[in-house]
Design a protein around this ligand. Structure first.
Ligand code: R5P
Length: 311
């Protein structure tokens, strides 16, 4: 089977960087938009091919998700030999359980939709929940960008710094950073009030006079980072905080919130399109080399163990 890197409209630049790293062309799907908002992608010329569809489902999440489903179906109907959905940022991953009666479990519904559209396999990077893989009947390769981001951070890290998990869900991620950077972990206990408001209630660990590196899987409204940084400063952390996250969505008031904080560095990856165009001094670590290595090996049926991670 020939290797083909395909994409829709969600992140052509990333697909093209991945293709270049693999010495391949990018197959750009034509996506027609009907006046009522319906999408109609066309993906011809993939008969018998091993197709990797690169499409993060960041904002507008629902459009990018539906486009992904239709792209997978288009590849399948065009006779592709194998279809892998490459979804570096997986929208709806935060809906992995019900917090109250009457809610849906969005992650499971999206998982079922991707598999039923015809994907043979999924590739994701640092999804919000480790449970994601178990929601799929098809194989899921969960890659991590932590090593790549840690390499970006390392030259400016001092031995007195601490890695901060801004909530309990980020503890495993923080431990991975701490191990790569040779630092210890401090934990913030956070309560989420709603989609854009959180309360950082307690700090477990010592930060007095120390530089803090706050790590998370994603920054959406910026509420989690803002609350964590303010709690760190209240507890005497040095006012030159570093923030690192795999996925920078920067929605709503995120830019204004983060701009007010004394951040020395703000590091994210290019898992989402336009991350560098926000009015923030963002340092972007590319995930294209990670994706290219993983795709090259998956295409050749080779192991990818050292690229795997989890939330
Ligand atoms: C939640 O548990 C995630 O790991 C992130 O901390 C959260 O989703 C970030 O969202 P926001 O920036 O809106 O607080």
């Amino acid at each position: 089977m020939n290797l083909r890197i395909a994409c829709g409209t969600a992140h052509r630049a990333l697909a093209s960087s991945v293709s270049s790293a693999l010495g391949a062309d990018t197959l750009v799907g034509e996506v027609e938009r009907f006046p009522d908002g319906e999408l109609r992608p066309i993906m011809p010329g993939v008969r018998g091919d091993d197709v990797f569809v690169v499409q993060p489902t960041g904002p507008p999440v629902n459009d990018h998700l539906v486009e992904l489903l239709l792209l997978i179906d288009a590849c399948r109907r065009a006779g592709a030999g194998r279809v892998t959905a490459v979804v570096p940022y997986f929208g709806y991953a935060r809906q992995d359980r019900r917090n109250r009666d009457g809610q849906a479990i969005g992650a499971r519904v999206v998982a079922a939709a991707i598999a039923s559209a015809g994907a043979d396999r999924l590739v994701v990077i640092d999804p919000h929940t480790v449970v994601l893989e178990a929601m799929f009947a098809i194989p899921v390769e969960t890659l991590t960008a932590v090593s790549a981001i840690a390499d970006t951070l390392l030259p400016a890290v001092t031995p007195d710094a601490v890695v901060v998990a801004p909530d309990l869900g980020a503890v495993k991620l923080a431990e991975r950073y701490a191990s790569l950077l040779g630092l210890s972990v401090v934990i913030v206990r956070k309560t989420r009030m709603n989609g854009t408001t959180v309360r950082a209630e307690e700090l477990v660990g010592q930060v007095d006079g120390r530089p803090a590196i706050v790590v998370d899987d994603m920054i959406s409204s910026g509420a989690t980072i803002e609350a964590a940084v303010r709690l760190l400063l209240d507890n005497g952390a040095r006012p030159d905080v570093v923030v690192a996250a795999t996925h920078g969505l920067f929605v709503g008031e995120a830019v204004e919130r983060l701009a007010k904080l004394p951040l020395r560095r703000l590091v994210v990856t290019d898992s989402l399109s336009g991350v560098e165009s926000h009015a923030l001094p963002v340092e972007v670590t590319s995930i294209a080399p990670l994706l290219a290595t993983a795709i090259g090996r998956l295409h050749g049926d080779e192991p990818i163990d050292e690229l795997l991670g989890g939330a």
